[in-house]
Design a protein around this ligand. Structure first.
Ligand SMILES: Cc1ncc(COP(=O)(O)O)c(C=O)c1O
Length: 432
């Protein structure tokens, strides 16, 4: 039995893993072409096209990238943005939330999913998640609907789509709008539809950590012409454009500059061509991990529900310490000492200081403690027991998004887990 690195043995990983990098010559050439053209962003905050100057809808690469996205995801509209955070802000504004409306959201997502709601002075209400997929639990969504609920914001976390069929039924019953935050699950499928396409609005992030990237960037997708136009307006100085464009409903048409540049769009066009093969690689890595790690006591490897596919942004493990007698924290420390790329937590957004103190705009508690909000949301510890227990006791993740995971690295990772598991007895009896 090899001595664990945490007790002075040789670590399994002798050098740091190589960072995931999907950028190749195709992207370098495409970006170079744009730079040589000098037209780095011919967007105009004017709804008319002005030849040789620009367009409200962006430059040629932006429009071409949007066309490729529409065709790939088979949707009517694709609207690129300078980040998916901006995209989420556009989406929440476009559906016409009123200040003080409640929007149900998951605590297990990146903070921007919920911040986009606060941005419009609406109130995030955190429903609990399912332990199996880490996505919103439809039962908990139902329990959190009030007379103030306007929409449900549904992340497809770690690459496994949420239970959109059930969630859609609930949304339809209560006349709620559905927004999918599919940042982490591009090309994952639910019953032959791409994740994100079954909601009123969906979309993806193209930040540096995502399956495909443009540095910073994102795209909104929808089949609804009204939401599409409203998102285009919020993206691009809407308040200055509505009059010329003859827009009647000017609510939430506070426009920003959320526009994607031409260099990013040119890179995105090349990246999208690689998406299928990049996801195929991820699935192979995940399958190899599952075939070995599922043999270890106390480990629940990621499930893929019938009718779904997983794009494995993250490989999420649920660890049951009752099966081994060794705490998750000890296992985590031992794996880290072996150099294994594991992380022992994700997010519990409701416990962030903004929600705990209900302080966002100014110091007086707006929008929670104000006339506009008639509800009674709680952010107390305990409101999302499944999410909280995962973070406190049982979750481990392998961030497939961050490293290349060459074949040898996958072998080493499996070896690191097996080495730790063959030392459970020692870990159980020793303080670390
Ligand atoms: C689920 C989720 N939502 C939103 C975002 C925000 O995306 P961006 O970084 O493109 O603004 C991210 C980014 O990590 C994410 O993972």
């Amino acid at each position: 039995m090899d001595e664990l690195a945490i007790f002075g043995g040789q670590p399994v990983f002798s050098k740091p893993l190589k960072r995931y990098n999907s950028i190749g010559n195709e992207e370098v050439n495409a970006a170079t072409e744009v730079i040589k053209s000098g037209a780095l962003s011919p967007f105009l905050g004017d709804w008319k096209d002005i030849p040789n100057v620009g367009s409200f809808y962006g430059g040629p690469n932006v429009q071409k990238f949007e066309k490729s996205i529409k065709s790939y995801f088979d949707v009517e509209y694709a609207i690129t943005v300078n980040s998916w955070t901006s995209g989420l802000i556009c989406a929440v504004g476009a559906i016409g939330v009123e200040p003080g409306d409640e929007v149900i959201v998951s605590p297990w997502t990146m903070c921007a999913t919920a911040t986009a709601i606060v941005h419009w002075c609406a109130i995030p209400v955190f429903a609990d998640i399912e332990e199996e997929t880490f996505n919103l639990d439809p039962k908990s969504i139902k329990n959190n609907i009030t007379e103030h609920t306007r929409a449900i914001m549904v992340p497809d976390i770690f690459g496994h789509p949420a239970n959109i069929r059930e969630i859609k039924k609930i949304a339809d019953e209560h006349n709620l709008i559905l927004i999918s935050d599919t940042a982490q699950a591009p090309a994952a499928k639910e019953y032959n539809s791409f994740a994100g396409t079954d909601a009123h609005i969906g979309g993806f992030s193209f930040n540096y950590h995502k399956h495909i990237q443009t540095g910073e960037g994102g795209v909104l997708i929808t089949n609804d012409p009204i939401y599409a136009e409203r998102m285009q307006l919020i993206r691009n100085h809407g308040e200055a454009v509505v009059e010329g464009k003859g827009v009647k409903d000017i609510s939430n048409m506070i426009g920003y500059n959320f526009r994607m540049g031409e260099i990013e769009a040119a890179i995105g066009i090349e990246q999208l061509k690689k998406l299928d093969s990049l996801i195929y690689n991820r699935i192979n890595i995940a399958n190899r991990l599952t075939s070995e790690l599922s043999k270890l006591d106390g480990i629940k490897t990621p499930i893929i529900r019938d009718g779904y596919t997983h794009s494995f942004y993250v490989y999420g493990i649920v660890y049951d310490q009752k099966a081994t007698g060794v705490s998750r924290d000890k296992i985590f420390k031992a794996l880290k000492a072996e150099g294994a790329p594991v992380v022992d937590c994700y997010a519990n957004l409701h416990l962030y200081p903004m929600y705990q103190q209900k302080i966002a705009y100014g110091k007086k508690g707006f929008p929670w403690n104000s006339e506009i909000y008639k509800g009674n949301v709680s952010y107390e510890k305990g409101i999302c027991p499944v999410a909280e227990k995962l973070n406190d006791e049982s979750f481990l993740k392998i961030p497939l998004c961050d490293y290349e995971f060459a074949s040898d690295d996958v072998d080493s990772l499996i070896h690191a887990f097996k080495k730790v598991w063959s030392n459970l007895e020692v870990l159980n009896t020793t303080n670390i």
